[in-house]
Design a protein. Structure first.
Length: 398
C-alpha cells in the first residue's frame, strides 16, 4: 500500500455503539486525536431500538450484583467511577425527559434517538472523527501501537479500543470481530452464548403455549435453582417470553428446568380450600378466574384434566391444581438464539484486563469496553450502564 494512504491518530476505536461513542468522546475531551469507525450506516443502532424505542439507559440500583461474569466484582470500580448517577446527570443536563418505569429502570419519555443525539453531539464537541460504513480488514501490532487496515487507508494508532459489542442480532451488524481480535492477541475469551432471550420448547409443550399466544401474566415468579425474578411473562407462538423469561434465560442451561409461579405471594392451595368451605357449589374455573386470565385457567385445567365444582375436589386434587399454578415446571429445549437475544454472555475474560483502564494486561495499548467484555447485566438498563462505565474508564486512559 502507498505511504500517502497511511495516517496517524492517537486513538482508534472500533464500534460506534454505546461504549465506542462514550470512550471516543471522553478521549477526545482530553485532547486526544480520535478516529471512531463502524461498518454500520448509523452510529448507535442498538440504542435506537432499545427499550422499545425509549432506551432503558440505566438503572438507579446498578451494582456488580446484577451482572453475570466469571468475576462480577471486576465491574465494581468502573461502575463507581462513572455511575448511573453520572449518566443521569448528563441526561438531565441535556434536558432529556425521563421516567422510572419499574424496578429502578430509567427510560426516555420521548425517544431513544435523544440519547444517540446527545452522544453524537459529545463526539462533535470533542473533535472526534466518525467514519461509518467502514470495514476493518486487519489489525497488526507495531512498535509504537497498532496498524489498522480500513481498506482505502491504513491507520497507525497509538491506542486501540475494541467496542464491537456482542453477537446478538447479526441482522443489525453484530459480528464476532471483538472476540476474534482478542484471540488474535492471545487474550482468553469466555465462551459466549445468547442471553436475555425467549425460551423454546418441544412440540408437545409448545402446542398449548402457542394457543395462549399474546396472553401476559404480570407478575409471575420464574425460578432456576435459587435465582428468581418477579416480572411479567408472555406466551408466544414460539414459546415463552417477557421480562421474567428473558431474565432467567441468562441463567438457564440445556437440560435444566425452570419453574413458574403464576401467582407469586399467594397461598393458592389455602385459598382454594377456603373457597370450597365457603361455597362448594362454585366451579373451580370460576374461582381461579378471579386471579388468572380465563384462557390460562382453561390451559391449567386441561393439562391436569381437572373439572367440576369445588365440593367434588379432594385436598389432593386441589393441591395438584395449586401446584400446577404455583409450581409450573418446564424444561425448555433451547432459546431463540442470537437472532433475538438482547445480549451475549461471556466475552473477553476479565482477568485479561485491568479494570482501572480496561487495558489488556498482555498487550499494552489494547483496550476493550462494553458488551464484548465478559460482563453481562440483567434486563433493566444494566447493560447500557456497563457500556457507559467501562467506556468512560477506557476514555480516561487511552
Ligand atoms: P453495541 O452493540 O451497542 O455496539 C457495537 C458496535 O460495533 C455497533 O455499532 C456495530 O455496528 C459495530 N461493529 C460490530 N462489528 C463490527 C465490525 N466487524 N466492524 C466495524 N464495526 C463493527 N440494554 C439496556 O441496558 N437497556 C435496554 O433498554 C436495552 N434494550 C435492548 C434491546 C434490544 C433489542 C437489544 C438487541 C439490546 C438491548 N440492550 C439494552 C442491550 C444493549 O443494547 C447492549 O448491551 C449495548 O448496546 C452494548 O453496547 P456496546 O457499545 O458494547 O455494543
Amino acid at each position: 500500500m502507498e505511504a500517502s494512504l497511511l495516517r496517524k491518530v492517537d486513538v482508534l476505536i472500533i464500534g460506534a455503539g454505546a461504549a465506542g461513542m462514550m470512550a471516543a468522546a471522553e478521549a477526545g475531551k482530553r485532547g486526544r486525536r480520535v478516529l471512531l469507525v463502524d461498518h454500520a450506516k448509523k452510529a448507535g443502532d442498538k440504542i435506537r431500538i432499545s427499550g422499545g424505542g425509549r432506551c432503558n439507559f440505566t438503572n438507579i440500583n446498578t451494582s456488580f450484583k446484577q451482572f453475570l461474569s466469571e468475576n462480577p466484582r471486576f465491574a465494581i470500580s468502573p461502575l463507581k467511577r462513572f455511575s448511573a448517577q453520572d449518566f443521569i446527570g448528563r441526561v438531565r443536563a441535556r434536558g432529556i425527559a425521563f421516567h422510572e418505569k419499574t424496578l429502578g429502570q430509567l427510560f426516555c419519555d420521548e425517544s431513544a434517538q435523544q440519547i444517540i443525539d446527545m452522544l453524537l453531539d459529545d463526539l462533535h464537541e470533542a473533535g472526534v472523527e466518525l467514519r461509518l460504513r467502514t470495514q476493518v480488514h486487519g489489525v497488526e501490532k507495531t512498535e509504537n501501537g497498532f496498524l489498522i487496515d480500513l481498506g482505502d487507508e491504513r491507520v497507525q494508532a497509538e491506542k486501540l479500543v475494541v467496542a464491537t459489542g456482542g453477537k446478538s442480532i447479526p441482522k443489525m451488524g453484530a459480528t464476532s470481530l471483538g472476540y476474534d481480535l482478542a484471540q488474535q492477541f492471545g487474550l482468553r475469551v469466555v465462551e459466549t452464548r445468547p442471553a436475555l432471550v425467549p425460551l423454546t420448547f418441544d412440540q408437545s409443550t409448545l402446542a398449548p403455549i402457542k394457543a395462549l399466544a399474546g396472553v401476559a401474566l404480570d407478575p409471575v415468579q420464574v425460578s432456576h435453582g435459587k435465582t428468581r425474578f418477579d416480572e411479567a411473562l408472555l406466551f408466544t407462538h414460539r414459546g415463552l417470553s417477557g421480562p421474567a423469561i428473558l431474565q432467567i434465560s441468562s441463567f438457564w442451561r440445556e437440560g435444566d428446568q425452570v419453574k413458574v409461579n403464576m401467582l407469586p405471594g399467594q397461598d393458592v392451595f389455602g385459598q382454594l380450600r377456603a373457597a370450597r368451605q365457603e361455597n362448594g357449589k362454585r366451579a373451580v374455573q370460576t374461582v381461579l378466574s378471579q386471579w388468572l386470565p380465563k384462557r390460562v385457567v382453561e390451559f391449567v385445567m386441561d393439562e391436569h384434566k381437572i373439572a367440576g365444582n369445588l365440593a367434588d375436589m379432594s385436598d389432593k386434587k386441589l393441591k395438584t391444581l395449586a401446584d400446577s399454578v404455583a409450581r409450573w415446571a418446564l424444561k425448555p429445549t433451547g432459546s431463540e438464539g442470537y437472532r433475538t437475544a438482547e445480549v451475549t454472555l461471556g466475552g473477553v475474560a476479565t482477568d485479561e484486563l485491568d479494570n482501572r483502564t480496561m487495558e489488556s494486561k498482555k498487550v499494552p495499548g489494547l483496550y476493550f469496553a462494553g458488551e464484548v467484555v465478559d460482563m453481562t447485566g440483567w434486563l433493566g438498563g444494566y447493560n447500557f450502564q456497563w457500556a457507559w462505565s467501562s467506556a468512560w474508564v477506557a476514555g480516561q486512559a487511552v
